[in-house]
Write a protein that binds this ligand. Structure first.
Ligand SMILES: Nc1ncnc2c1ncn2[C@@H]1O[C@H](COP(=O)(O)OP(=O)(O)OP(=O)(O)O)[C@@H](O)[C@H]1O
Ligand SMILES: [Mg+2]
Length: 360
């Protein structure tokens, strides 16, 4: 029976393979990106879903839904299906994946061919969460689902020689999670997965404004401040910015000016935790591999790594060269795209527990 199933799988795989344009997905806590084989990145939208809680109806997904964050009436919630890199709401994740897969499906695939899908997910997800992502993608129309560690996908996206017997170190600072990994021979040799990344930096700014200025600001404002004037090291030119929020004492609207030094102080706690964990991971790495990393540098990926001078601070504190990846926000999805081109050659880099259920 199993043999027949395998033969069937092979034949149908060849059959479908000819027509299907397989897709790679970076299921990020902040952004979801979709890569279609032969086309490149076709979707890059926030991982946000707006739901009417009274009726359970999904009102908007992606960019449209993000616009609603913090502005919705009580019964409409703009939720992020993945919080801190884990699937917090299975049904909403499924709806979101389905929406994105159908969106590319409509433009790209013939109606009867279901795509093979490679999905990048954080490295420390549990078996249950992996299953949830596989089921969500399958229900959303995928024919076969493969999961890959986000840092592995980012390393492949950076074209690092992950299958060689050499050390490669990647630090992916995303929205919900920071993944730190040393990769050699297609596997992860040492790693850390933190729930501290870009979102926590926004929280740092919210906390700072509350404690220092009695000012309540929203998540979106905090993110705008971080991107506009956030930094990890002293800046040559002073930067400042006006922000609006609500005075916690009077309850009235208030505007204040913040400068780069204050925001640096606000961000320093999260940045310190990230750097300490990079150091610990380096300490756990076998010396032979350290020599390779010294030569190639630590590679930074993810949107959170764009904080000004973070690369320089990491280099100073670890005493290792650090290289920023080109276009760090698309590293993972580009990696899934490279895997799609040759799943068989890269099978060893995929996560274990792959979906082995029969087709159709
Ligand atoms: N120029 C910038 N400076 C600082 N932070 C930035 C910048 N651009 C984007 N970010 C931050 O990067 C984060 C999103 O990065 P990314 O898209 O890599 O995360 P993700 O892959 O969705 O999340 P995760 O990998 O944790 O699941 C957000 O917190 C965003 O605020
Ligand atoms: Mg990511």
């Amino acid at each position: 029976m199993i043999k027949i199933r395998k033969i069937f799988k092979n034949i149908s795989g060849q059959f479908f393979g000819r027509f299907s344009k397989d897709i790679g997905i970076d299921l990020g806590t902040a952004n979801t990106l979709v890569y279609v084989k032969g086309k490149g990145i076709v979707i890059n939208e926030p991982s946000v879903v707006a739901i009417n809680k009274k009726t359970g109806q999904v009102l908007a997904i992606g960019r449209e839904a993000k616009k609603m964050v913090g502005k919705t009436p009580g019964h409409i919630v703009a939720s992020r299906p993945l919080v801190d890199g884990v699937v917090s709401d299975f049904e909403v994740t499924e709806q979101m994946l389905k929406y994105f897969i159908e969106k590319v499906h409509k433009d790209t695939f013939s109606f009867f061919v279901r795509p093979r899908v490679v999905i990048g997910i954080p490295s420390d997800v549990t078996g249950v969460e992996k299953r949830a992502v596989i089921d969500a993608a399958t229900n959303a129309g995928a024919r076969e689902v493969y999961l890959i560690d986000e840092p592995m996908a980012a390393a492949i996206g950076a074209r690092l020689p992950v299958q060689d017997a050499a050390g490669n170190m990647i630090v992916d600072i995303g929205g919900g999670t920071t993944d730190i990994a040393v990769i050699s021979l297609g596997g992860v040799v040492a790693s850390r997965n933190l729930r501290i990344a870009g979102d926590e930096m926004n929280e740092d700014i919210i906390r700072y404004c509350r404690d220092e200025f009695n000012l309540l600001i929203g998540e979106k404002t905090a993110e705008d401040v971080k991107i506009a004037i956030g930094s990890a090291g002293t800046q040559k030119e002073k930067m400042q910015m006006q922000i609006r929020g609500r005075d916690l004492v009077s309850g009235l609207p208030k505007e204040i000016t913040v400068n780069d030094e204050q925001i640096r102080e606000a961000l320093s706690r999260s940045i310190r935790v990230i750097i300490n964990n990079i150091k610990t991971t380096v300490e756990e790495t076998p010396p032979e591999l350290i020599a390779d990393i010294m030569r190639r540098g630590i590679i930074l990926a993810g949107g959170g790594s764009l904080v000004r001078d973070l690369d320089r601070l990491i280099a100073d504190q670890t005493e290792m060269p650090v290289r920023m990846m080109e276009d760090p926000l698309t590293a993972v999805v580009r990696g899934t795209g490279i895997v799609l081109e040759d799943i068989d050659a890269l099978r060893e880099v995929l996560m274990e527990n792959q979906d082995e259920r029969p087709l159709i």
